[in-house]
Design a protein around this ligand. Structure first.
Ligand SMILES: Cc1ncc(COP(=O)(O)O)c(C=O)c1O
Length: 492
């Protein structure tokens, strides 16, 4: 009887340890080794009905044996897309950094929340240091920041902070405290700006779309025009959201000129550098973000180009007045006791709208320790180098037509199959070309040979957007991509 007081009858530690040992082995073999091996499939497509059956998703009252659980782990990995695979060009993230993964494993194993020094002493100090480093790359020697659950949320924070700074009353009085506000961005910006405006009660109507040039960069003269027009219509201009590295075309808005306009009109300048922020690490390419230090806030997702793994997204602020805490704090006394035995300024939980918050700094910190700033710089430069390589190779082949010369690592192009070559002037060319990418996408996914995204954009018919982000990529992987697309499309 005394024994049972010491050991829970529901808890078998040694069986748990054995399971985890086996799971780590499966993860190493199936997710890490095979998941990054070019000779393996990038995905194993199943129709949803078949996949539901294969996964046996139903949750039952009876538990399963350890060997069954291990089989389930294998099955889950088998039918999941291998985003670290060198033939995965589909998203703005790809690739596996072992130190970043080690950081993620430690984070998951320790399972703490970032909100107080009390329960996350290491990570509170680490987050502070990582954010300081990111801010220094932006060009700020002081400021604030926080890791957010993704770039979309970072962008929403920026909107909320800009609004609170101008109208602190709105924290208590809500929308009643506000005149109609205007937010300026281009149609190339990420859709999270629209979502943020809706979510924060500003409404999507408060967004004024500023014209972009052919490459997708904001036109500052049109920004000026839009601001004047908004004012003439009785709206109060609040914020400009410029983008460094747009999602589809990879364009960089001209930040110096935009900052001039913001300064002149007293507007908050937010730079959504979720995608392009990591370019700041490169001495060669950081000029693309010239002027970023004049921003009030910056979103930056190391989980994209730096391959830290999802998710790792920083919102950086120039503010030194504790705006984050004033704007979002609720002073919960059960968590943020002011009479604690340490400096309570280290309890960062009231800077955010969440309560529990994941640790997102460790994966980046550990990777940075291992590679150094110079290793990260090489990673960014390599992506640019490979992009050039791919573009030159495309120009040498028939059937590859660039939408434009890339400025970044987004390679946007049409694959023109043999039957459509030379027919550019025929009236249904655009419509026929638009059908090519979806067919090729289906073929590549069903074969599991590679993955690349496509979209219609502006008035352009469907085109591919290949992202060069995986740090393990070599020229051979890009040659394979070109060969494979030709093979998949030879009968079209
Ligand atoms: C420019 C830009 N901003 C924001 C985001 C949103 O980031 P997240 O997916 O982390 O929410 C993306 C995502 O692709 C993006 O491209």
């Amino acid at each position: 009887m005394a024994e049972s007081n010491h050991f829970s009858p529901h808890w078998d530690l040694s069986a748990g340890e054995a399971l985890l040992q086996d799971v780590f082995g499966i993860v190493m073999d199936e997710a890490v080794r095979k998941g990054t091996d070019a000779s393996e499939k990038v995905c194993e497509w199943k129709e949803p009905e078949e996949l539901r059956k294969l996964l046996d998703l139903e949750l039952r009252s009876q538990g399963e044996r350890q060997d069954q659980i291990l089989d389930r782990c294998r099955t889950i990995i088998q039918y999941s897309v291998k985003t670290c695979h060198p033939r995965f060009f589909n998203q703005l993230f790809s690739g596996l950094d072992p130190c970043a993964l080690a950081g993620r494993i430690i984070t998951e194993s320790l399972n703490t929340s970032q909100y107080t020094y009390e329960i996350a002493p290491v990570f509170v100090l680490m987050e502070e240091e990582v954010l300081k480093k990111l801010r220094a790359l932006v060009g700020w020697s002081s400021g604030d920041g926080v890791f957010c659950p993704g770039g979309s949320i970072s962008n929403m924070y920026a909107l909320n902070l800009a609004r609170y700074q101008r109208y602190p009353d709105c924290k208590q009085r809500g929308l009643r405290a506000l005149p109609p506000l205007a937010i300026f961005t281009t149609q190339e910006s990420h859709y999270s700006i629209q979502k943020g405006a809706a979510f924060l009660g500003l409404g999507t109507d408060s967004i004024r779309l500023v014209k972009a040039d052919q490459r997708g960069r904001m036109i500052p003269e049109d920004l000026e025009k839009q601001i004047n027009q908004a004012e003439a219509e009785g709206a109060v201009p609040l914020l400009v959201s410029a983008t460094s590295g747009t999602t589809v075309l990879g364009a960089f808005d001209p930040l110096e000129a935009i900052a001039d306009v913001c300064q002149q009109h007293g507007l908050w300048l937010h730079v959504d550098a979720a995608w392009g922020g990591s370019v700041l690490l490169s001495q060669t390419h950081r000029h693309l973000l010239e002027g970023i230090k004049r921003a009030d806030s910056v979103s930056w997702n190391p989980h994209k180009l730096l391959a830290t793994g999802l998710q790792c997204s920083a919102l950086l602020l120039r503010d030194t007045s504790n705006l984050l805490k004033h704007c979002h704090g609720a002073q919960a006394t059960y968590l943020f006791q002011q009479d604690k035995f340490y400096d309570v300024a280290l309890d960062t939980g009231d800077k955010v709208v969440q309560c529990g918050r994941r640790v997102d700094c460790l994966k980046l910190w550990l990777m940075w320790k291992a590679l150094g700033g110079s290793g990260l710089e090489q990673r960014v430069d390599w992506a640019f180098t490979l992009t050039r390589y791919l573009v030159e190779k495309m120009k040498m082949r028939k059937g590859f037509e660039l939408v434009m010369e890339p400025e970044f690592v987004n390679v946007c192009f049409w694959y023109v199959p043999p039957s459509l070559r030379g027919l550019q002037d025929s009236p249904d060319y655009g419509q026929k070309l638009s059908q090519v990418a979806p067919v090729l996408k289906e073929r590549m996914v069903k074969e599991g040979s590679m993955m690349v995204g496509y979209q219609p954009h502006r008035s352009w018919p469907n085109f591919f957007r290949l992202i060069v982000a995986n740090p393990a990529l070599s020229t051979a992987d890009l040659d394979f991509f070109l060969d494979e697309l030709e093979r998949l499309g030879q009968d079209l």
